[in-house]
Design a protein around this ligand. Structure first.
Ligand SMILES: C[S@@+](CC[C@H](N)C(=O)[O-])C[C@H]1O[C@@H](n2cnc3c(N)ncnc32)[C@H](O)[C@@H]1O
Length: 441
């Protein structure tokens, strides 16, 4: 490593992480904020910020407990960042290092300099009283589960206390980096043989699915650039095979639509597995560029369009589709393990608003399906309003819609937790909902 590439001092990283934490809590997404950082800082800050977000509720409760009157936001953010990191297990840094570096960070910036003494006093008090304070603060379910109260209530109302607890326990464990092996190139066994020779630690979890023991940049994965594999969670890998199951028509004349396609993970999978003319539509032009990038990498082609799928008259050629995949925008409540900022960015009212968008998309796309055709609806959500309830209402109102077998609600699962409540094999994956509808002719 050259001196230019060396990680910056921990105090500098704490200052940046605190600044980003403050912005996330003001409603900005972690992904966008991290993308704006210089590449030399990004890996370190990303690791710290995600750890902090996984302990954000405890840090917030502890900081409120420790200060008499709330200090300025940058001071609070630095205090909370450090408190969160002091609660991460296994400890990323010894407590005394974190305290010293936090004080250093406070002194180094004009927005926090005046409060270095306060930060020092609060952190040292936490060190003395952590066990007893943690016990008191953890009595609050929001702190215990690191989730807003409304979220916990909704999980319990949707799935019962036992299932809700299993979901919340799974949320606490970072998700593994999972890859889908391109079936046109080979299978998981073939790629593992190559990677083992390169010393890459990983395990095969399905015919075309590999889980890395620890995440690494895709540029360090032999074969990624050539399209031999793509990053995709195991549960997300169910979409394409489900859409292609009989009675879906395939072949050079078959037409399949991926209606909310960006960044193209599931479009690419469809093209790897099947033969059809595939349309990939998404309304976000920046994200559509990523569909094109992904398809180029796996050397596959689709009709890619920037368009509002809910307004087909603006992009559809009037020829019906044999199959439609609707991977609808949602709360992302199934992927909290990967995006621990999500519970802090969502408001309760977002659930109804997103469910209304999903309903609009379903209603707008259904007429585009051929009689006998199949529509797969999925979301990376565990909330019933975006899954089971959405589909039940749709089927009640569309008597041509016949439900075919599909996984329904799949709950997030961590290999580090005891066996799941019998939903499927012990796998490490995100939460998803899948329904499959056939249009009776
Ligand atoms: C869950 S993501 C899709 C992920 C994608 N299927 C994959 O596997 O890579 C949802 C996508 O829906 C898009 N979207 C939301 N509303 C839309 C609409 N009305 N028309 C088209 N795309 C929409 C968003 O831009 C976002 O890219």
């Amino acid at each position: 490593m050259t001196p230019r590439e060396q990680a910056p001092a921990l105090s500098v990283q704490l200052q940046h992480t605190a600044h980003l934490l403050d912005r996330v809590m003001q409603g900005e997404s972690t992904t966008a904020l991290l993308a704006g950082l210089p590449s030399s800082l990004r890996p370190g800050i990303q690791a710290l910020l995600l750890s902090v977000l996984r302990h954000a509720a405890l840090a917030r409760a502890a900081s409120t407990h420790l200060v008499q009157k709330p200090p300025a936001r940058p001071v609070m953010a630095l205090l909370q960042t450090t408190l969160a990191l002091m609660n991460v297990e296994p400890k990323p840094y010894p407590d005394h290092t974190l305290v010293n570096q936090a004080i250093e960070a406070a002194k180094n910036h004009r927005s926090t300099r005046h409060a270095a003494g306060l930060i020092n006093a609060c952190l040292r008090r936490w060190l003395r009283e952590a066990d007893s304070m943690r016990q008191v603060l953890m009595a609050d379910p929001t702190v215990r589960w690191n989730l807003p109260g409304w979220w916990i209530e909704r999980l319990r109302a949707d799935h019962g206390r036992e299932r809700a607890q299993a979901i919340m326990q799974a949320y606490r464990h970072p998700a593994p980096m999972t890859l889908r092996v391109n079936a046109r190139w080979g299978d998981a066994q073939k790629l593992m043989t190559l990677w083992e020779a390169e010393g890459i630690a990983a395990r095969i979890t399905d015919t075309h699915c590999i889980e890395l023991s620890s995440p690494r940049p895709v540029s360090a994965l032999p074969g990624f650039a050539q399209g031999w594999c793509s990053v995709q969670d195991w549960a997300a890998q169910l979409a394409a095979p489900l859409l292609m199951e009989p009675p879906t028509a395939s072949g050079p004349d078959a037409r399949w639509l991926d209606a909310c396609a960006a960044p193209g993970g599931k479009t690419a999978h469809l093209l790897e597995l099947g033969q059809a003319q595939v349309w990939a539509v998404d309304q976000d032009p920046k994200r559509v560029l990523r569909i094109e990038e992904n398809l180029r990498r796996i050397q596959a082609q689709a009709q890619v369009k920037v368009a509002d799928a809910a307004r087909p008259h603006s992009w559809w050629d009037g020829k019906p589709f044999d199959a439609i995949l609707l991977d609808a925008p949602c709360t992302a409540s199934g992927i909290v393990r990967r995006h621990p900022d999500v519970p802090w960015l969502r408001r309760e009212s977002d659930v109804a608003q997103l469910a209304a968008q999903q309903k609009q998309l379903l209603h707008a796309l259904w007429p585009l399906l051929k009689p006998g055709g199949v529509l797969v609806y999925c979301t990376c959500s565990v909330f019933k309003a975006e899954g089971e309830n959405q589909i039940q209402t749709f089927v009640q109102r569309h008597n041509q819609a016949q439900r075919l077998s599909a996984p329904g609600h799949l709950f997030p699962q961590s290999a580090q937790e005891p066996a799941d409540l019998g939903q499927n094999e012990a796998r490490d994956h995100d939460g998803f909902f899948y329904a499959r509808l056939r249009k009776l002719g």
